[in-house]
Design a protein around this ligand. Structure first.
Ligand SMILES: [Zn+2]
Ligand SMILES: [Zn+2]
Length: 426
């Protein structure tokens, strides 16, 4: 989302001496890699070799297991920096991504809404990407080029990622008298038809998704609704996904639209300030992310998986996905690690280990009851829960079926999972 037009924040200038630039002529400077003129690589968490600090640093990393058939990539495809209405330099976004253990991220600036334009008058809208790329150099983080196409309703905001030139996605036919007049600049760019921007991104092979379609600034009742613009672009194969989770919000209506129109489920932070302020990862919080099931850990495989709709959304400990991706992730996350009858009883002790960052809330769907739990079993992240079930006889195969309450297949339904437990019987 974007700020209002009343923007009073004070920005501090990044530490980079212009003296370095004056030694080289500008055309030559443009040929040199972004690293040279970037503001340095982002730092990894400082642990000073202290294992306790290392544990703390690792604790905030978002960790989900690979599935049987795919690699699980942790991805945030919607963030902002000072190059539009965010309040940090791209290097900080990269530092946050490294701390959160992301596999890929995109900085997606509003092309048309530029509240810092007086201080950062970048005519080249690829600068944010170049700075992000430079900050990620030497790390494993994949930086995806993207932009946020920003219009009034009914178009609203659309993210285009995997683009190769952001400048082609916006045009100012009649420049405002004062180039630093933020509102006039937005109105001048807003005048260029949104369809032109979408067409330009489509030409570059972009993956496009509808941002926060429920945003109360543009949809005051908070309800996402399909309209002709988005419907037309879906039918034309130009709009491929929709945010069902953005920042602090989940939209049941956006989720329903995704299922009805076969759109890729997207979950993003849309962070403007600091991840630590918004999500308190030191207190166990996490930013909303996509878990993308890709054939490989490469940008190309990530792109293909997005087009194929192989995503889950992880939002406030809720997993949101279609059936195939959900089943794959549940199967990879939860494993029966032990099962045996208590001596001289028909009471079966079962241990289930959770290989993921999600806290699983399992609700018993069988007729069997437990010794030490009511109908509900919780399995903490990366922990094992042991419970005792009463099948009534020392059976060699016990099917335990649970509803997974921290997961959604539709806005109103949870998936279920069955563990076929095979204890040894004496
Ligand atoms: Zn945004
Ligand atoms: Zn937005």
């Amino acid at each position: 989302m974007s700020d209002t037009f009343t923007h009073s924040d004070v920005e501090t200038c990044p530490a980079f001496s212009i003296k370095h630039l004056s030694l080289i002529t500008l055309p030559l400077a443009l040929l040199i890699t972004t690293n040279v003129f970037g503001h340095g690589a982002a730092s990894a968490p400082a642990t000073q070799g202290n294992p306790e600090i290392q544990t703390q640093a690792d604790a905030r990393k978002i960790v989900f297991p690979d599935t049987e058939t795919h690699k699980t990539l942790v991805v945030d495809l919607h963030t902002h920096t000072v190059f539009s209405d965010g309040h940090v330099w791209p290097k900080i976004r990269v530092g946050e991504a490294l701390r959160d253990g992301l596999d890929a991220m995109a900085v997606t600036e509003h092309l048309e809404y530029q509240p810092h334009i007086a201080d950062i008058p970048h005519a080249d809208r690829n600068r944010a990407y170049a700075e992000t790329l430079a900050a990620a150099e030497g790390s494993d983080l994949m930086v995806i080029a993207g932009s946020e196409i920003t219009r009034s309703e009914p178009v609203g905001h659309i993210n285009a990622v995997f683009i190769n030139d952001a400048n082609a996605l916006f045009e100012i036919t009649t420049p405002p008298e004062d180039p630093a007049d933020v509102r006039a600049l937005f109105e001048a760019s807003d005048a260029w038809p949104a369809q032109n921007a979408v067409d330009a991104a489509a030409k570059q092979g972009a993956f496009m998704f509808w941002n926060h379609p429920y945003w109360t600034a543009q949809s005051p009742d908070g309800i996402a609704r399909m309209n002709d613009f988005h419907q037309g672009n879906i039918e034309a194969g130009k709009l491929h996904g929709i945010e069902v989770a953005n920042g602090r919000d989940y939209s049941a209506e956006a989720h329903a639209i995704a299922l009805e129109h076969s759109l890729t489920l997207i979950g993003v932070s849309d962070v403007h300030d600091l991840i630590d302020w918004d999500y308190a990862p030191h207190n166990g919080g996490h930013r909303p992310v996509n878990l993308v099931l890709a054939t490989d850990r490469t940008p190309e495989a990530l792109r293909s998986a997005l087009f194929a709709g192989r995503t889950l959304v992880w939002f406030k400990n809720l997993l949101i996905a279609r059936e195939p991706e959900m089943t794959a992730m549940l199967d990879a996350s939860l494993e029966v690690t032990a099962a045996s009858y208590r001596p001289n009883t028909q009471v079966l002790d079962v241990s289930i280990h959770n290989h993921s960052d999600a806290r699983y809330d399992l609700h018993n769907l069988t007729d069997m009851t437990f010794m030490d739990h009511a109908n509900h079993i919780s399995i903490a992240p990366h922990a094992t829960t042991t419970f005792s079930v009463k099948p009534g006889e020392a059976a060699t195969n016990v099917a335990l079926t649970f509803e997974v309450r921290n997961a959604l297949l539709t806005p109103t339904s949870h998936p279920s999972i069955t563990f076929n437990v095979t204890p040894e019987v004496e």
